[in-house]
Design a protein around this ligand. Structure first.
Ligand code: UD1
Ligand code: CA
Length: 451
């Protein structure tokens, strides 16, 4: 059975109090809408449609950035959830199969839950995802008739008896595409909100002799985000989930609650992540690596047996081969470090390649930027870069070459050569003692005058 997703993301999200559309606020480093799409991806959908409205241009751009196969349907006026789904009809033209409607602001629906809904669809035309609410508040109520779902009543329209129902609507609905759109055509807006309610399709289905049912999931899965407080709480839940996942995968987290993951962080087995490490998007760490305390990584790859930190920063394009050591106060950007290379202290390595077993001394800087262009620094294998070397790119240092400490390297260093690019030392015998005497006398005179 072919599947399609419709993710509703047209709402303004007024309570976020933000210029950014709600569904673009990040959770685990990915925009909210991406989490709904990721859950739906387990259904292997043939098509996915994002319904956008408020901040449409920004959402459209972010969606294309996330996955350029996602179709966009624009809902210029938010007339209700049924109206929102109707906007996706053109994008699903020619599609036959089941449609799942998800919300862009509800990131925790699990793939297994959607699978259970797909299973229930075998026996029912419409399947709704419900949950037992701790506090049913203003959720739509599911009015059951045994195993069958009779109708959904929105809170505003519900009688006191219906409001007493604790089985609530999550918003996730599944139906065959033709059935869904045909039911939506029959939805009106004669209700307390004057909106076209998607939830009305359940009653309409029953009236047509089609059956509906509800699948339930834990309330936690249905958590929707409306405020910054809810977003922060959701982030905490997301982080707890990622930490548990890492621990289950055989990663040692010394202080799990201090490690921050992104949605796509991948860490191999028997790696050790020390305290207060932040993983931005697109980081992979292979087995047996160690990320030491207070390091910040994004867009990088750390190979087996490498060590990073403490206090290291790996920026996008940092590629560390096996057994590389990157130490404290080192920043690496768009640079490859071959096997066994070491950059242990206080360095910036940007737009560079560093050969196997090369040692980069403390305080080395690749001067990669001339104010307009970025330039590359190529350092060979088994080279030794003396402390406080400035490598003014573009520049090449050959295999097994050396640079003297404090050198400013502006031209290429041939293989095996030692480059010294600093002024020669000049010792003035006795001059320090003379200077001290003069300065101390000056100080004594000033103190006397002050009295
Ligand atoms: C909806 C359900 C309610 C359910 C609740 C769960 C309806 C009529 N009601 O109510 O039964 O318990 O969700 O949270 O469906 N959206 C659009 N375009 C619109 C309207 C909404 O894209 O015209 C999007 C919103 O951005 C949001 C989602 O649909 O992501 C739900 O809309 P919202 O207004 O929050 O629905 P509720 O009134 O909470
Ligand atoms: Ca809502």
């Amino acid at each position: 059975m072919s599947t399609a997703l419709i993710v509703l993301a047209a709402g303004q999200g007024t309570r976020m109090n933000s210029d950014l559309p709600k569904v673009l606020h990040p959770l685990g480093g990915a925009p909210l809408f991406a989490h709904a799409l990721a859950a739906g991806a387990a259904l292997d959908p043939a098509r996915a449609v994002l319904v956008v409205g408020h901040g449409a241009d920004a959402v459209r751009a972010a969606a294309a950035d996330y996955d350029d196969t996602i179709a966009i349907a624009e809902q210029s006026e938010q007339l209700g959830t049924a109206h929102a789904v109707a906007q996706a009809r053109a994008a699903l033209d020619g599609f036959a199969g089941d449609v799942f409607v998800l919300y862009g602001d509800t990131p925790f629906i699990r793939a297994e839950t959607l699978m259970a809904m797909a299973e229930a669809r075998r026996d029912h035309a419409v399947v709704v995802l419900g949950f037992e609410a701790g506090d049913p508040g203003r959720y739509g109520r599911l009015v059951m008739d045994g195993a069958r779902l009779d109708r959904i009543v929105e809170f505003k329209d519900a009688s006191p008896e219906e409001r007493a129902i604790t089985l609530c609507n999550s918003g996730v609905i599944c139906a065959d595409a033709d059935t869904l759109f045909s039911l939506i055509d029959a939805v009106g807006n004669d209700n307390a909100s004057g909106e076209y309610y998607l939830t009305d399709i359940v009653g309409l289905a029953n009236a047509r002799g089609l059956s509906a049912t509800a699948v339930t999931c834990p309330e936690a899965e249905t958590l929707g985000i409306n405020t910054r407080t809810e977003l922060a709480a959701a982030e905490a839940i997301f982080q707890a989930f990622k930490r548990a996942e890492a621990l289950d995968n055989g990663v040692t987290l010394i202080a799990p609650e201090t490690v921050h993951f992104s949605h796509d962080t991948y860490i191999g087995r028997d790696s050790v992540i020390e305290q207060n490490v932040v993983f931005g998007p697109e980081v992979t760490v292979e087995s047996g690596a160690r990320i030491r305390a207070f390091s910040h990584l994004e867009g990088c790859h750390v190979s087996r047996g490498a060590t990073v930190g403490p206090y290291a920063r790996l920026r996008p394009g940092a590629e560390l081969s096996e057994n590389v050591h990157v130490g404290n106060f080192v920043e690496i950007k768009n640079a490859t470090l071959d096997q066994g290379a070491k950059v242990n202290h206080l360095s910036y390595i940007g737009d560079a390649s560093v050969g196997e077993a090369t040692n980069i001394g403390a305080g080395t800087i690749t001067c990669n930027y001339d104010g307009v262009f970025k330039h590359h620094t190529a350092i060979g294998a088994r080279a030794f870069i003396g402390s406080n070397t400035m490598l003014v790119a573009p520049v090449t240092v050959g295999d097994e070459a050396m640079t003297a400490s404090g050198s400013v390297i502006t031209s290429d260093v041939p293989e095996g050569a030692l480059a010294v690019a600093r002024t020669r030392q000049d010792n003035k015998p006795g001059l320090a003692r003379k200077m001290f005497d003069r300065l101390r006398a000056q100080k004594a005179r000033k103190q006397k005058e002050a009295k």
